[in-house]
Design a protein around this ligand. Sequence first.
Ligand SMILES: O=c1cc[nH]c(=O)[nH]1
Length: 224
Amino acid sequence: MTTSRSEAARSSRQPLSLVPDRDCPLCPRLVAFREANRAREPLWHNAPVAPFGDIKARLLIVGLAPGMQGANRTGRPFTGDYAGDLLYTTLLEYGFAKGQYRARPDDGLKLVDCRIANAVHCVPPQNKPLPVEINTCRQFLAANLATMPNLRAIVALGRIAHDTVLKPLNLKGSQAPFGHGAVHQAGAFRLYDSYHCSRYNTNTRVLTPDMFRSVFAKVKADLD
Ligand SMILES: O=c1cc[nH]c(=O)[nH]1
């Protein structure tokens, strides 16, 4: 996001939409999936998941998409699935969260100087959003980036999150290749890459808790 782009976004007459409507119609495959999930599990959230945390935070964490049994069920990013256990434990350890994480949205956990959003706001089949869905949903993430007045650091969890923030940050893939632990400067912002904290990545030791911690240790040191 260049300064001019964010200024343009802030001053545009149309208010920026930070999250899709509950019945967002933009991605037909995700709409059909959402309707099937609503019929099957009427008590679940089953709608686009809004970002969690203060808009005035300096840190934005970008995930992939709501997990079926996690954010899609509970309505809060990374809440109720395996990926959230590692993420919230690490955020608590580095002071980016306070309280206790109990895997439910009424656990009282508060993020500190930190906000969490997803590249895609609706749960995709098999956890795999299509490129067209990622492109369509980017407008909401870009609105968050443009609206966060104190934003300094962005942690991308996985390659899809990394790729999707490049455009709003006005970076090219060749300038900022994805790599665990890589840090990319984008004007006033820093983009930190991490492998996604999914169960698959942690079970296969592609990502260890120490590797994950080292990303947040760096962010913390840079922000302090
Ligand atoms: O990327 C992810 C994974 C799980 N839950 C989320 O909200 N996002």
